[in-house]
Design a protein around this ligand. Structure first.
Ligand SMILES: O=C(O)COP(=O)(O)O
Length: 220
């Protein structure tokens, strides 16, 4: 149930604020090319993003009917990170040109904002800094900050604890069923973005933002 007026807003990153699929697809396609496997388009790749990189590589290869051993998976993940870290933002873009201004307006109104993502910290910080969003965030909890990731509620609860937020005054903005499940487990209100990567979320009875600016009416 989404009510009005929150003091804290925590955002997911990939699929919610930034369309990172083009850069992730660039890297994964380089891995596929090495294995002489036909490359995939951004949309196909994007449906596997959101659960952290291990799960992303595992699900993507299983979609291609390729079973990886644990050590092959670890090796592919490692190679993926090496490619992605070299140039984290080449083709990624903000979904909405108002993202910065909406986030800034929230902070100017005294709302604390933060990030809780399954992306690893070094990449998260690069992406946030590239789009000038890093300095607006009071907390950034990433996929490798703790030993567990979303949908486990602990990363979100940790982000909230760092800024003295609680489940009654916090709204989470995300784009996947993983984000929804995390919020349900943490008893935090959830609003989804309509442009996200998990198209199956669209069929669920969840409140959606058609554009980021709608957040101001919900929060303030
Ligand atoms: O799985 C990822 O790498 C990105 O995850 P996010 O949707 O939590 O930002």
């Amino acid at each position: 149930m989404v009510k009005r007026s929150y003091s804290y807003v925590i955002f997911d990153l990939d699929g919610t604020l930034v369309n990172t699929a083009p850069d992730i697809a660039l890297c994964v396609n380089e891995l596929l090319r090495k294995r002489l496997i036909p490359t995939l388009n951004d949309e196909t790749v994007s449906q596997f993003i959101g659960g952290g990189t291990e799960l992303f590589i595992k699900n993507l290869y299983s979609f291609l009917s390729i079973q990886l051993t644990d050590s092959q998976l670890a090796d592919e993940v490692d190679q993926f990170f090496q490619l992605y870290m070299k140039t984290p933002v080449q083709k990624s873009n903000l979904y909405d040109t108002n993202t910065y201004s909406v986030m800034k307006t929230l902070t100017e109104k005294g709302i604390k904002i933060g990030i809780c993502t399954n992306k690893i910290e070094v990449l998260t910080i690069d992406v946030l800094k590239y789009f000038n969003l890093f300095d607006l965030c009071s907390t950034v909890v990433c996929g490798d900050t703790l030993s567990v990731k979303k949908p486990n509620p602990l990363p979100l609860l940790t982000a909230m604890e760092q800024i003295n937020a609680n489940s009654n005054n916090t709204l989470y903005v995300g784009d996947t069923r993983i984000d929804l499940e995390c919020c349900q487990s943490a008893s935090v209100d959830f609003v989804a973005v309509q442009w996200g990567m998990d198209k199956e979320l669209l069929a669920l009875p969840v409140r959606f933002l058609k554009e980021i600016e709608e957040l101001l009416a919900i929060v303030c």
